[in-house]
Design a protein around this ligand. Structure first.
Ligand code: NAP
Length: 259
């Protein structure tokens, strides 16, 4: 136990190799939490693991494909073996595999999106719920696209809409255990998913943020702003530190437009 705000807390964060998940993992560790992190990329996880180690926190990292229930189970079993309890779950990992029309979609990719974006958070939460302590928080990373139907990217919209309903239903069940479940919508954030460049060409947030606004994805209103992942981590930290009896079943959006 340390005297920091998240001292003595165990936080599980999916998709923590880069982007928003990495920013949340490092912020939680800086604030005193021990962390269990997964993603597929071993290299990215190993870098995050080293930074957490230098902060003096315990870090479990495992290469896990959230689309594979056996791997998810094994990750959760290892968390329970190592830590025995969990205080914070951040279901952050998400994929945006197709951006075209429904008519031109690939059934395999449509379903893979469900496996990662909704069955993944379901399985992580399902396996860890029994060891979640009173005062626990579950934070699910959703998207504005889970609240309004677009004329493209159907799988992503459907998967995030399903995650929103999981959040609300779970909040209705878990208040009895003083566990809060909330949705965090980051809005446009400078990450690989946002940048949509081919694998291996990912750019650091600072480089994305420095580019001319006209080269950003179309469709953002003039008053929308692309954020650094650390800004999303700030808000995740705020949610993680709400006292017992704080908000649950809510949607927090960092976007600058109505959902
Ligand atoms: N950035 C935005 O503008 C934005 C806007 C709205 C919502 N969001 C949501 O915010 C969350 C984080 O997105 P991000 O922008 O930070 O994305 P990102 O930079 O691409 O990072 C995604 C993370 O998820 C992991 N991941 C992807 N597929 C996985 C799988 N099958 N199994 C395990 N881990 C997997 C990735 O690692 P590996 O590839 O190594 O597995 C990576 O660590 C997502 O849920 C996304 O939908 C983002």
């Amino acid at each position: 136990m340390n005297d920091l705000p998240l001292g003595g807390k165990i936080a599980v964060i999916t998709g923590a190799g880069r982007g928003i998940g990495k920013a949340i993992a490092l912020r939680f560790a800086k604030e005193g939490a021990d962390v269990a992190l997964c993603a597929r990329s071993r290299k990215e996880l190993s870098e995050v693991n080293s930074i957490v180690g230098r902060l003096g926190r315990t870090c479990l990292t495992l290469s896990v494909d959230l689309a594979d229930p056996t791997q998810v189970r094994s990750f959760c079993d290892q968390i329970i073996d190592k830590f025995g309890a969990v205080d914070l779950i951040v279901n952050n990992a998400g994929v945006y595999l197709e951006r075209g029309t429904f008519e031109n979609s690939d059934p395999e990719l449509w379903w893979k999106t469900m496996e990662v974006n909704i069955r993944g958070p379901y399985l992580i939460t399902y396996h860890l719920l029994a060891v979640m302590r009173r005062g626990g928080k579950i934070i699910n990373l959703s998207s504005g696209k889970g609240y309004s139907a677009g004329a493209n990217s159907n799988a992503y919209h459907v998967s995030k809409a399903a995650l929103n309903m999981m959040t609300e239903g779970l909040a209705n069940e878990l208040w009895l255990r003083d566990i809060d479940v909330n949705t965090l919508v980051p809005g446009p954030t400078a990450t690989a998913t946002f940048d949509n460049l081919p694998p291996g060409q990912e750019r650091p947030p600072e480089e994305i943020l420095a580019q001319d606004r006209s080269s950003l994805p179309k469709g953002l209103p003039a008053w929308e702003r692309v954020k650094h992942p650390d800004e999303v981590a700030d808000f995740a930290f705020y949610l993680a530190t709400r006292p017992v009896g704080g908000p649950t079943g809510q949607i927090y959006s960092l976007a600058r437009r109505p959902l």
